[in-house]
Design a protein around this ligand. Structure first.
Ligand SMILES: Cc1cc2nc3c(=O)[nH]c(=O)nc-3n(C[C@H](O)[C@H](O)[C@H](O)COP(=O)(O)OP(=O)(O)OC[C@H]3O[C@@H](n4cnc5c(N)ncnc54)[C@H](O)[C@@H]3O)c2cc1C
Ligand code: SF4
Length: 482
């Protein structure tokens, strides 16, 4: 195999659209590798042995990373073959690489563990994964592989209901379909995808990619029933009568709000409402699309996670000046490094150590300013390793005619009110080591059990639960037949 093992410290950069151009529209920012660039980057991988490779251990679904990267170098003279072989390896562990290649915080996962990263830039595993998925999609490479997978999808082994069509539910559904189960997903919204559809904007994850991934799932025989709010349209108890098992992947879609004076003023949004209007309902194309969005000239976004970054960059694209106000410091921000960099390049301003204490309104009942208390960091750290903060008693007021609150999310309460379903004090579902809830035959994963986490962790749960569901159904059958 012609794999080069010389250490090359610098990463091959991926082309990006310039900030001034991209801030005028919702098209994707990063343009991804060409085949030539991908091969050049693939050559930086040292091909650590499978049993040892730290990148595989760093990936929550354990993709054979050196394995797929080696195919790009090995078949460098035949791009179609290189991609087909690489995709086959990726699909063994992850059927949504076009999504994860774009949204995973690789710096904390596979790339955070890559040995090359100890002396230079880690191998750009995420962009290579994305390249393989994009090239395969654009060049019809997936067909042959899909046919191989389709053959396994007999739907004869049993029936499973999945609640929620986010990354956890979609992954669980795909895995079960491949194992031979008939799967039906019940989704509350009119479009599947969960946060991928309503939260993450087009400029990070184009919706045509999500639609393509969903179409693949249909090919595996998975049925998706939209506009079905489980707990209202149909209950878990009713699903258990018709299906052999149920998986709950309802996420954490309830926004936390600030209980401070002025919270009910006009033009104060939760990031969820703001992003749902913009992404799912395409309000940025109003009036071609019916849903409006009211946004002023100066927006303050409160929070500093991925949700805050997405809301800030969306507000910027709708023509507003945007400031992110965060109660902690720069190093405590939880958003992905790449997203923070993109936000800064595009002109989002940052204010640190500011805790909102009051929203101030105008004579029309709309917000016109936010009063903050200045905070100060302490040496002491909290459970998550972040420095604790205290108020200084000093106050500042910043003008804003729009405010977006992005301070976190909680699990959906409709589902957690199901009789017999145990929850933790923070509203997440209690599960055992096999991801089974307190109701036998009902499993759960993703943000519904973790609180707000990541796409790949939700997918990992979906995969683990699929295996546990299969074991559960087999055991139940064996007992019944004994
Ligand atoms: C704006 C934003 C940006 C993010 N950016 C990133 C990122 O860059 N990288 C990353 O890794 N993670 C990111 N995350 C986190 C990531 O999206 C989540 O961890 C992940 O989507 C969780 O997947 P899930 O399947 O558990 O839940 P979700 O994606 O929340 O999907 C749950 C689904 O269940 C449906 N549902 C809820 N209740 C019911 C019910 N009663 N009946 C039927 N259906 C129901 C919902 O409508 C939804 O479709 C981001 C989150 C947000 C909000
Ligand atoms: S750790 Fe880095 S160099 Fe080693 S196999 Fe993984 S990507 Fe390649």
């Amino acid at each position: 195999m012609a794999v080069r093992r010389k250490l090359i410290k610098e990463r091959v950069p991926t082309p990006e659209r310039p900030p001034k151009e991209r801030v005028k529209d919702f098209k994707e920012v990063n343009l991804g590798y060409t085949f030539e660039l991908a091969v050049k980057e693939a050559e930086r991988c040292l091909q650590c042995p499978y049993e040892y490779a730290p990148c595989i251990k760093g990936c929550p679904v354990h993709i054979n990373i050196p394995g797929f990267i080696s195919k790009l170098v090995e078949y460098r003279d035949n791009p179609d073959k290189a991609v087909r072989e690489a995709l086959r390896i990726i699909w063994n562990d992850n059927t949504l690489p076009a999504v994860t290649g774009r949204v995973c915080p690789q710096e904390d996962q596979c790339e955070g563990a890559c040995v090359v990263g100890k002396v230079g830039d880690a191998v750009d595993i995420g962009k290579l994964e994305r390249f393989v998925a994009d090239y395969a999609r654009k060049n019809g490479i997936e067909e042959e592989l899909l046919c191989e997978f389709e053959e396994e999808c007999t739907g004869e082994l049993g029936k499973v209901a999945i609640v929620g069509a986010g990354p956890a539910g979609l992954t669980c559904a795909g895995e079960l379909a491949k194992m031979g189960y008939k799967v039906t997903i019940f989704e509350a919204l009119h479009k599947p995808g969960g946060v991928l559809a309503y939260g993450i904007p087009e400029f990070r994850l184009p919706k045509e990619i999500l639609d393509h991934e969903l179409a693949k799932l249909n090919r595996l025989g998975v049925e998706i029933k939209t506009d079905h709010v489980v707990g209202r349209t149909v209950t878990i108890e009713e699903l258990l009568q018709e299906y052999d098992a149920v998986f709950i992947g309802t996420g954490a879609g309830t926004p936390k709000l600030l209980n401070i004076p002025g919270i009910l003023l006009g033009r104060i949004y939760s990031a969820n409402e703001f992003l749902t209007r913009v992404n799912l309902m395409k309000a940025y194309e109003f009036p071609e699309y019916d849903t409006p969005i009211a946004i002023g000239k100066k927006t303050i976004v409160i929070g500093a996670g991925n949700t805050a970054m997405d809301a800030a960059r969306s507000a910027l694209r709708l023509g507003s000046e945007v400031t992110i106000a965060y109660r902690r410091g720069r190093e405590d921000m939880t958003a992905r490094i790449e997203e923070i960099k993109h936000a800064e390049e595009e002109g989002v301003q940052f204010e640190f150590f500011l805790q909102p204490v009051e929203f101030i309104g105008d004579e029309n009942g709309r917000v016109k300013a936010v009063k903050f208390e200045r905070m100060r960091p302490l040496e002491e750290r909290d459970k998550r390793g972040k420095r604790k903060i205290v108020g200084t008693g000093e106050y500042v007021t910043l003008e804003a005619d729009t405010v977006i609150i992005a301070i976190g999310l909680e699990p959906n309460r409709i589902i957690t009110e199901t009789p017999g379903l145990k929850t933790n004090p923070n509203g997440t579902l209690v599960v055992d080591e096999n991801l089974m809830t307190s109701i036998p035959g009902v499993f759960a994963g993703g943000d519904a059990i973790r609180g707000e986490a990541t796409v790949i962790l939700a997918m990992g749960d979906g995969k683990k639960a699929a295996k546990a569901i299969c074991d559960y159904i087999e055991k139940k059958r064996a007992k019944a037949n004994a």
